[in-house]
Design a protein around this ligand. Structure first.
Ligand code: PLP
Length: 389
């Protein structure tokens, strides 16, 4: 059963007028607000960015734009000194609008079509990732420029991440040496190693194991005269949805220690966080557009659903904390979306006080892998962003 928070509980967390929660609450209560509304807090983006920088002082950040490519997020991060991780020509175009030097980007998609590869090289990207021999063959087409290439390896296929990113990508550690030599044979530069444990990874032991593996690989590559200049530790840093997760400093402390212990100072270390930066910077305000009583439960039909912002429930296996303004006896409830499809149900078995058509319900931490994977099924409108602070 999903716990529900009352808006007064949220108000109690508002400590100063400058706190963005106050603006959020005002919007929630504003009767003429057009919903569904994704409320994006600029200040929360920099707070999250600096929290991760503080937790991993040696590691520079390349924000992975895939969970949320909103221009305000890109702009805010750029002005805070972040770099970016991109995976497609569309992402490259968005990020380059900041004026950032393309040579500072990482293109982290291990398997790209020739067309995507061509566009990325033409745009000026120099740092790429591969995990197989077929991808390395594509490098031979680029003779005008020496590209820097990382090899993505996996440690094991079953990690404790909510979304396993080692299932589809990453070579085995046994393949690394052969692939590194193949990169050098194309005339490009084997530049280093990378891994991505998985998204919303709640177990920092996974990172430590991957860093220990990097250490062994670096020793082996050293003996073959192949110099590792960069280690990319991926993304995956967890945020709190319903279940508590450790504070980011606490979560990262053993990771930072493992880096200091195993990775020599001359090797630059970067990360590609997505969710940790964007998730808590956005909250969703919806309106109840319909209500019915079915099989002993109260059904509420909202103006946003599984085919739009709540697509994260399907693709990202997420449940977002629910906030209501109503008080009173909690009743067994269902929250469904606005489409005609019966699949469009987000929460079944939620205990909340009774609501009426026209009331608002808010969902927290809807800034990562939500709106980006939604559609306008039934030709319904997509939510609009409102940028605060
Ligand atoms: C290559 C790569 N880098 C970074 C990320 C971002 O991961 P997260 O949002 O978990 O930090 C992803 C997520 O899919 C990814 O595939």
């Amino acid at each position: 059963m999903t716990p529900c928070m009352n808006i007064t509980a949220l108000s109690q967390r508002v400590t100063q007028p400058a706190d963005n929660s106050q603006t959020l609450l005002n919007l929630f209560r504003q009767s003429d607000l057009r919903t569904p509304a994704l409320v994006l807090s600029r200040s929360q983006i920099s707070t999250n960015y600096h929290a991760l920088r503080h937790a991993l002082p040696r590691v520079s950040i390349h924000y992975a734009v895939k969970p949320n490519i909103h221009p305000v997020i890109i702009d805010e991060l750029y002005h805070n000194g972040s770099n970016f991780d991109v995976c497609s020509a569309g992402e490259v175009n968005e990020v380059l609008k900041t004026g950032i030097d393309p040579a500072t980007l990482i293109h982290s998609h291990p398997i790209k079509s020739r067309d995507e590869f061509d566009k990325a090289v033409s745009a000026g990207i120099e740092l790429f990732v591969v995990d197989n021999a077929e991808e390395i063959k594509k490098l031979k087409h680029y003779t005008n420029k020496k590209l820097k290439v990382l090899i993505r390896y996996r440690i094991k296929t079953n990690t404790q991440a909510v979304v396993n990113l080692q299932y589809k990508f990453g070579c085995t550690t046994d393949e690394v040496l052969t692939l590194a030599k193949q990169i050098e044979q194309t005339g490009h530069q084997f530049f280093g190693l990378c891994f991505h444990i998985g998204s919303q990874c709640v177990n920092n032991e996974n990172y430590i194991e991957a860093i220990e593996t990097a250490h062994k690989l670096i020793q082996m590559l050293d003996m073959e005269g192949l110099n590792v200049q960069l280690l990319d530790i991926g993304g995956g840093f967890p945020i709190q949805y319903i279940e508590p997760v450790p504070q980011i400093d606490e979560f990262c402390k053993p990771i930072a220690e493992a880096l200091d212990r195993h990775i020599r100072p001359g090797i630059k270390v970067i990360s590609e966080p997505g969710r940790f930066i964007s998730a808590t910077s956005v909250n969703l305000i919806t309106t109840i557009v319909g209500k019915s009583y079915r099989d002993g439960k109260i059904w509420y039909y909202l103006d946003d659903g599984l085919y739009s912002t709540f697509s994260g429930i399907v693709f990202d296996k997420c449940q977002y904390p629910v906030v209501t303004a109503n008080n009173g006896e909690e009743k067994l409830s269902v929250l469904a979306g606005p489409t005609c499809d019966s699949f469009d149900v987000m929460y079944d078995g939620l205990m909340i006080p009774e609501h009426n058509v026209g009331d608002r319900i808010m969902f927290m931490a809807t800034g990562a892998y939500c709106e980006v994977s939604g559609s306008n099924f039934n030709a319904l409108p997509r939510p609009k962003y409102i940028v605060i602070d």
